[in-house]
Design a protein around this ligand. Structure first.
Ligand code: GH3
Ligand code: MG
Ligand code: MG
Ligand code: MG
Length: 313
């Protein structure tokens, strides 16, 4: 059952068990009373008698909601709220008996998600807690979806490498970074040799399997800071930050040799291998991305012109 479903239900205790609440109130009677009832409602509850104790508890207790009094000795509830919102992604609800001194506005400005006046009915408190939890779940769900969408937008579906859109944005970012700090940056562009013949002979689906495998091989040969892209239909690009030409050629050669040694079986009992041609360049000072790519492309075409299955720089 999802956590969202857990809080959408009726008053059944089990539905709240997944959630933790920290109560902060210097009035021990109120603190104990609220704690006892929220435990009855089946929340996991801890409590603190002041803001400092609350902050200490939060180091080891992951609360979904912090329910805090405002008027307390030392750090008050609003300051505690501000502190918590700086460090934790936790909802804070404030409760106060002094409606004239502490406005709803101040509490919300401090970062609170809700505000309740003492004395309150426990049923109302429970409803407010459930609403805050529900909104937190929606927020979490929304940001998860957004992250997935962002990932999809920069991923090539077939090879799961980055796509060309991301390549053009990253190459500009890397060039800026490497110009600013005067660090080396290299680029490899790789193109499958005679891939049209492979496709025409064995079919597009078998060709796709080759592309997928090449994606995996490239990934396995890269260092962690390198990034690989499916740049065109059967062309791949690899950006190598902090890497001079010589090192980039070594990575390229490793990729090339590894691809060469792959065995494909487009039909039972039919074993085939493929080769790739590679162009390698290192960024020169003041160069823009168009020139950087164009020089790498030229090196690649030299590999093609002079026999394929090789790396040119
Ligand atoms: P060269 O050695 O000169 O690169 O020859 P080539 O046949 O690889 O190059 P060409 O540009 O003539 O053909 C590229 C082929 O790549 C054409 C197309 O069938 C294939 N291709 C491009 N994108 C895809 C794809 O997404 N899937 C499959 N299976 N094939 C693709
Ligand atoms: Mg108080
Ligand atoms: Mg090509
Ligand atoms: Mg090709």
């Amino acid at each position: 059952m999802s956590r969202k479903a857990l809080i959408e239900g009726d008053n059944h205790g089990e539905k709240r068990m997944a959630y933790s609440i920290l109560i902060v109130d210097d009035d021990k009677a109120i603190k104990d009373y609220v704690e006892a009832h929220l435990k009855c409602f089946s929340y996991k509850v801890k409590s603190a008698e002041n803001a400092y104790e609350a902050l200490k508890i939060l180091k080891s207790f992951k609360a979904d909601i912090i329910l805090t009094d405002i008027t307390m000795q030392g750090m008050d509830g609003l300051e505690l709220t501000r502190k918590i919102k700086k460090t934790f992604d936790t909802d804070v609800m404030v409760m106060t008996g002094y409606s004239a001194d502490y406005s709803y506005e101040k509490a919300i400005q401090a970062g609170a998600s809700d505000f309740i006046f003492k004395p309150f009915r426990l049923a109302e408190l429970d409803l407010r807690i459930k609403r805050v939890l529900r909104e937190a779940e929606f927020k979490k769900e929304r940001s998860k979806l957004l992250k997935e969408l962002e990932k999809l937008a920069i991923t090539d579906a077939l090879t799961e490498l980055y796509n060309s859109r991301h390549f053009f944005s990253q190459i500009k970012t890397e060039i800026n970074r490497h110009n600013r700090y005067l660090r080396p940056l290299s680029l490899l562009i790789l193109d499958i040799d005679f891939f049209k013949i492979y496709n025409d002979t064995w079919g597009h689906l078998e060709g796709d399997k080759v592309l997928m495998r090449i994606g995996k091989v490239i990934n396995s040969c890269m260092r962690s800071m390198d990034t690989a892209y499916r740049y065109g239909g059967e062309e791949f690009a690899i950006l190598l930050p902090e890497t001079g030409l010589q090192k980039a050629c070594m990575v390229g050669a490793r990729i090339k040799d590894n691809i060469c040694s792959q065995i494909f079986e487009p039909e039972p009992m039919t074993k085939r291998s493929i080769t790739v041609s590679i162009g390698a360049t290192e960024l020169v000072k003041g160069e823009d991305f168009k020139s950087f790519i164009s020089r790498t492309d030229k090196a690649l075409y030299k590999s093609k012109e002079t026999g394929r299955n090789k790396l040119t720089y």
